[in-house]
Ligand binder design. Sequence first.
Ligand SMILES: C[S@@+](CC[C@H](N)C(=O)[O-])C[C@H]1O[C@@H](n2cnc3c(N)ncnc32)[C@H](O)[C@@H]1O
Length: 510
Amino acid sequence: MLRIDSPDSRHEDGTSWRLRDGADARTALNADPDAMMMDSRSKCPWVAPLPQDVARVPGMLSDEEKRYLYWVARHAFEGWGAIVDLGPWVGCSSAALAAGLRDRGAETKVHSFDRFEWNRGYMECHLAANLPEGADFMPIFLRQTAPVKAWIEPQKMDLMRGSWTGGPIEILFVDAAKSWELNNAILQAFGPHLVPGKSRVIQQDFRHFPTVWFPLVFDSRPDVWRQVEAVESGWTVTFMPQRPLYGEGGLAPEYRAADFTFEDVCRIFRRRVDDEVGAEARVHFLTGWLCASLLHGDKAIEALLRQEIEGLRSRTRAAEHLPEAERCTGFELMNVGKLQAAEDVGRRLMQQDPGSAAFAALAGIAAIRLGHHAVASECFERVTALDPGDVNAGLHLAEVHVEQGHRESAMQRITAALRSLSKDDYKDLLSLAFGVYERWCWKFGTWPLAELKALSARFDSVPDYHVLMAISLAMTGNRPLAWEALRRALTIDPVHARAREIETRYGAER
Ligand SMILES: C[S@@+](CC[C@H](N)C(=O)[O-])C[C@H]1O[C@@H](n2cnc3c(N)ncnc32)[C@H](O)[C@@H]1O
């Protein structure tokens, strides 16, 4: 049985901590944990407020994280290498770094790489730009960073296929490694340009609970990575490579979740939690670890971690994120096919907070996939009662009604959803709408061509619309027009999965 309590010495308050071996690891933040707990600011060198002209740039960073970036560029940067910002979004991180350069009188530029493609799912709630999905937001970046534009070189780049030809990198700020794959791609493209013992790699998401790859990839190689700084308020942790990243004895070319056993996860997270000084940081890692236990299905460890988080709850607000973390893990469980576990998580969260539409939606989606139609119906009735404008929930309810054979009520929900949607809505939502419509057609053997044609002006640029048109035309005997509709779908989206599947399956019959 794996121990999850630390073998290390404990504070009087019962919490555990331990400094890493070696004086070098005693960072500005955790050089003296007890003193830091009393007054963090007195020890942090990044206390200077941000200059007004960049402080107002919208962003997803904490105030301390912005001050830290400003301090890094103004005081820690030595000038022998480049400053690279991966994932600056509308410019907050780039502006803080650039202002540091400006205020020290440097001429160096921050190289800011981003796809600059709007993702309504998580961007619109941080900045109400009202841009359609996928829209180019470089103009917003340029506007927001205008006061320090002379110190920024922005460039569009998909970091899954990133490259760097600008010489050694002194400061690499990363706020785009949002998956195992992106983290691998970023390390491979930019890692060879880091200088051992000198470069800083600033990982903004290091303490964020869903990004479990950071503690696993970085903390599993203390011979490669040495932690040098960390903010107290926020998720940012900074490392310095101790050796070239690749070549003999270096990092694996790629990391995957499957490379780490659950025992590895527990060992690495235990050490990380114990090394963290602040209660907030500890709770962030305990939360990530608890989510890993949910995914692994280890209820004993899960229970112990809940207890440990509860013990810290009164000292930090970080524990408030736990239900949301569990909700996200519920969707991960669904992605790996653990549907019953996902439904269980959703139902437990629903009991905990009956007023949350998001928890009911998790349980509902898992229940639909499990074929638990009564449960799914109850969940989505709750979601739509809590938020009548939730189109997603309305469509899921329609899906349940289709399965239950309720022809009229299902169609009412589909029609209502389509009325409120437009071509600029999320791709996934549009796919769901036309997917549920298609199921309705198959279930009731009805192919409403006239109704579909009436939607053509509004959804002409939506591939899912043309796929449903193609199927309806084929089912009503009009094969030439069906193929035309399918071609239209594939012209808009050449890799559209359903369109490709139909083309492959029926193409030979043409
Ligand atoms: C959390 S936001 C960054 C917030 C920003 N650093 C700030 O200071 O507010 C993540 C950014 O990563 C970018 N991103 C995500 N995946 C990417 C990819 N594959 N290539 C390039 N950029 C990507 C997104 O466009 C987004 O701007």
